[in-house]
Design a protein around this ligand. Sequence first.
Ligand code: ADP
Ligand code: GN1
Ligand code: MG
Length: 352
Amino acid sequence: MIPEKVINEYFKPTEVESINAFGNGHIHNTYKVETSWASYIFQRINTSVFTKPDLVIHNHLLLQDHLEDAVNQKYIIPEIVKTREGKNYYSDENYGFWRVTNFIENSYSIEKAEYPTQAYEAGEAYGWFIKSLHNIDVRLFEETICNFHNFSFRLGQFEDAIAKNIVGKKENIKSEIDFYLQRKNSLLLLEKDIISGKIPPRIVHNDTKINNILFEDSKAKAVIDLDTVGPGSILYDYGDALRTIANTSIEDEDNLEKVKLQWDNYCHFTEAFLKETKSILTESEKQNLHIAPILMTYIIGIRFLTDYLNGDVYFKTTKPNHNLIRTRVQIELLKDMEMRKPEMKTFISDYF
Ligand code: ADP
Ligand code: GN1
Ligand code: MG
């Protein structure tokens, strides 16, 4: 729950009508707080993940300023709400680091795109987000988690976790480990083009899963969860989004037969995303976009498996072997993506 001390930084005790845990994020503790005039989202920032949370606030304020002036304000983002003393967050040793934003009314998030129209809506919203940040100075943003989608770095963490085997679970997952190690070389090649700048750095969202879009009725309304926004590649956002938006199952499905690349959703998301971003895409981005879903499904898969090997210390888990279940879903999806890689390539080249 939210400590009284924290609530009092924002409201008088009599002003608060209700406080409830909210949402399905894997990282922060999120609450909805209702008052008689408006509702708010209180988040205790996970400072094991975001070790410099003031950088998260810095980036968020930059985004707010920039998007306020954007020519095309098709979507909204959450805005930071100040404490009664006018500060952008509240932090102390006992209660942690708290950030408050306005609650986006009449909206809902989904864990899985049920309809191609939802995939299309998400493609337009995430495409809009990148396009709106196209002309912002990349150097103004701080990297809130260093090497977040750096392939070699994530691979290094995975290989380290295998070698240390601290909770003794390595023996259970021999086939999963082999699956990933067999595939690493081709993705290391793609990473070279990202690091060399051949695929250009941009300010991107960096966490484009489907539940980081808020919908109203059947329309995307807001892009949320801005904590990782910062330097990156458009490949990250395109690929990471398809990992949840074009998956026939939820991220922690037990029945692996349900996991496939949802082709209709793939096409709808891609079409909307390209419609928004085509005017800013470089040739190297167009040439490599089709590999992005494979890259990102691989990276998140090894991050789940690394966490399983480390004893579930990073992602929130709610059942035994939760991270292993998540990994297995990513593996099934990745296999299907590999099979359909030529079709993904053709779909994108036909679009242009
Ligand atoms: P996490 O980093 O833990 O995923 P998020 O910022 O994504 O945290 O928040 C978790 C969930 O809370 C979101 O998926 C969404 O459902 C809900 N949520 C977050 N911020 C808002 C907001 N400003 N208005 C309405 N719902 C929100
Ligand atoms: C986390 O915060 P949330 O739940 O939107 C994670 C993403 C992963 C995702 C997997 C800061 O996203 O990178 O892709 O879980 N965010 C962070 O579901 O690590
Ligand atoms: Mg989230």
